[in-house]
Design a protein around this ligand. Structure first.
Ligand code: AMP
Length: 533
């Protein structure tokens, strides 16, 4: 049987001239084992085998494990899970703050062939209970306060804790439980701002492709890098552990367990070659903190931002402060970190005629997906016309966990309907306008909150701005701006009148000490709408 061309991508098929050589049945099985049928745990096993004494896990500046110890402990966790009857496909939850053992548990779950259910550590116990029940996870690894908030009737392992220490003394497994590319690796729960959280099925194959696309489309990964986890590991930062394990990089969890600007500055200067994922609101905090402290970003190699809109004024200030360290990605749980990317060369290329416009975009489609802008029926619209952003390809989810109705609404003819409104230009740059549900329709005209926010943020005394619609008997909706800052209303009005259509100007400005945000740094427009009554 000739080897299908795609198999050669995995690097183990032999070529004869330009034609693939037919492999015997045994060799073909080997190819499948090494490539298509691959559990993510192989990446840790391989790094530990190649370079066992390479420093791996750190708490602050203190090393807690090299790769050999990291790998051995993950295998011990797997051994204990298997002894509890947890096996291939079973779900095991992680309800933990960012600590180095997060990675040990995550890879331990994969070694056992089980799937991880990382739960946002800031959730209320009742919210976490809902997720654990929905996922059918009977074992939970948890930080102590998180575990205490859960309802009874589960096996909760406190990390750190005596039971966990005993687990680490289990006999490490010698085999990796086989998983294939289509099988569940990570059950990712959406933040549920529009209803109950839904579990997104993320497979081993999706994550392998996501990590390889990172290297192809987003940035280099070097063995000398240090991945700094200042954003929650239950979200994008946790997915980005993968390429750093594959590369044998160092993994650092700040001792504060969160996003503390002074601590980040200190860790970056100490480790150098630092990579971190940050939501746009975190990038802004980092820039403001660095300006105040006179820090120029020494030690910071890459900051990947995404997960929400980055305003032009904020990224320009960030590049002015830190230089060419920024890279943007656009993704969603349903296509994790994998829809598009805006590389550092574009972000820092001030001389390019289209620099500002490109900066306002989310870049071009990543290598494993096709991106289309569709009309209400999902049919492609002409270039430059806005519509719903649709994605199809290898990093797109196969569906939601036990929720065929939601799957049918979100996946249409193999396309993921993202719910984001955007346009694609002639060069393939994708610009997002807003979530379709955030778009305001005032007097029959569409207003994308983001374009109003971009204008308001140009005022030096506007630190944060978020625009929402309020029901209006005559216009359908009217525009209201929530502002953090002291800018006078007349000056904000004047800025708007100078740059955008009159009907887009906010009818009211409401001042807040800060905007409500979720644990991932996203502004919660649902909370703002509640303030309008
Ligand atoms: P989540 O599934 O929680 O990661 O949220 C995904 C949503 O965040 C997307 O559908 C977008 O609306 C938004 N988002 C993600 N990345 C970006 C980005 N780079 N720029 C603007 N919005 C983004």
């Amino acid at each position: 049987m000739p080897v299908p061309q795609s198999c050669c991508l995995i690097g183990h098929a032999r070529w004869h001239g330009k034609q693939p050589v037919a492999l015997g049945k045994l060799a073909w099985q080997t190819v499948r084992k090494l490539g298509v049928l691959m559990n993510l745990a192989h990446w840790l096993a391989r790094t530990a085998q190649v370079d066992p004494f390479r420093p791996a896990l750190f708490r602050g500046q203190t090393m807690v494990s090299d790769y050999r110890r990291f790998d051995t402990q993950a295998r011990a966790v797997a051994s204990w899970l298997l002894s509890q009857g947890v096996g291939p496909g079973d779900r095991v939850a992680i309800f933990m703050k960012n600590i180095p053992d997060y990675l040990v548990v995550l890879f331990g779950i994969w070694y056992a062939g089980a799937a991880a259910v990382p739960v946002n550590a800031k959730l209320h116990g009742r919210e976490a209970d809902y997720i654990l029940d929905d996922a059918g996870a009977r074992i939970v690894f948890s930080s102590s306060s998180q575990g205490a908030s859960l309802s009874a009737g589960r096996t909760v392992i406190s990390v750190p804790g005596d039971a966990y220490r005993a687990i680490l003394h289990s006999d490490p497994v010698t085999q990796i439980t086989p998983r294939d590319a289509t099988q569940l690796a990570w059950l990712f729960y959406t933040s549920g701002t529009t209803g109950k959280p839904k579990g997104v099925i993320i497979t081993h194959g999706m994550l392998q492709t996501m990590a390889l696309c990172y290297r192809a489309d987003v940035d280099q990964v070097l063995s000398t890098d240090t991945a700094l986890y200042a954003a929650p590991l239950s979200h994008g930062a946790g997915l980005y552990t993968l390429m750093h394990v594959q590369a044998g990089a160092r993994h650092v969890c700040p001792t504060s367990g969160g996003f503390d600007v002074a601590e980040i500055m200190e860790l970056a200067s100490h480790f150098t070659g630092v990579h971190m994922f940050a939501a746009p609101t975190m990038v802004k905090r980092l820039t403001d903190g660095a300006k105040a402290a006179g820090w120029d970003g020494n030690g910071l190699r890459t900051v990947v931002y995404g997960g929400g809109p980055m305003y032009n004024t904020d990224i320009i200030q960030a590049v002015d402060q830190f230089g060419a360290v920024f890279v943007q990605i656009y993704g969603q749980g349903e296509c994790p970190m994998g829809i598009s990317a805006l590389p550092r060369a574009v972000i820092s290329d001030r001389d390019h005629l289209d620099w500002r416009r490109r900066l306002a975009s989310v870049g071009r489609a990543q290598s494993a997906v096709e991106v289309r802008i569709g009309d209400a029926d999902g049919r492609p619209v002409p270039t430059g016309v806005p519509g719903e952003l649709m994605v199809r390809g290898q990093t797109v989810m196969p569906g939601y966990w036990n929720n065929s109705d939601a799957t049918a609404k979100t996946l249409r003819d193999g396309w993921l309907m993202t719910g984001d409104v955007g346009v694609i230009d002639q060069q393939g740059f994708v610009t997002l306008q807003d979530r379709s549900k955030d778009m305001i329709i005032s007097g029959g005209s569409n207003v994308y909150p983001r374009e109003v926010e971009e204008v308001l943020l140009q005022h030096v005394d506007v630190a944060e701005a978020s625009v929402v619609g309020r029901a209006h008997p005559e216009w359908g909706e009217e525009i209201v701006a929530f502002i953090v800052g002291t800018a006078p209303e007349a000056e904000m009005d004047a800025l708007c009148l100078a740059q955008i259509a009159r009907f887009k100007r906010p009818k009211e400005y409401i001042r807040l000490p800060e905007l409500p945000k979720n644990n991932y740094g996203k502004v919660l427009k649902t909370e703002l709408r509640k303030l309008l009554g």
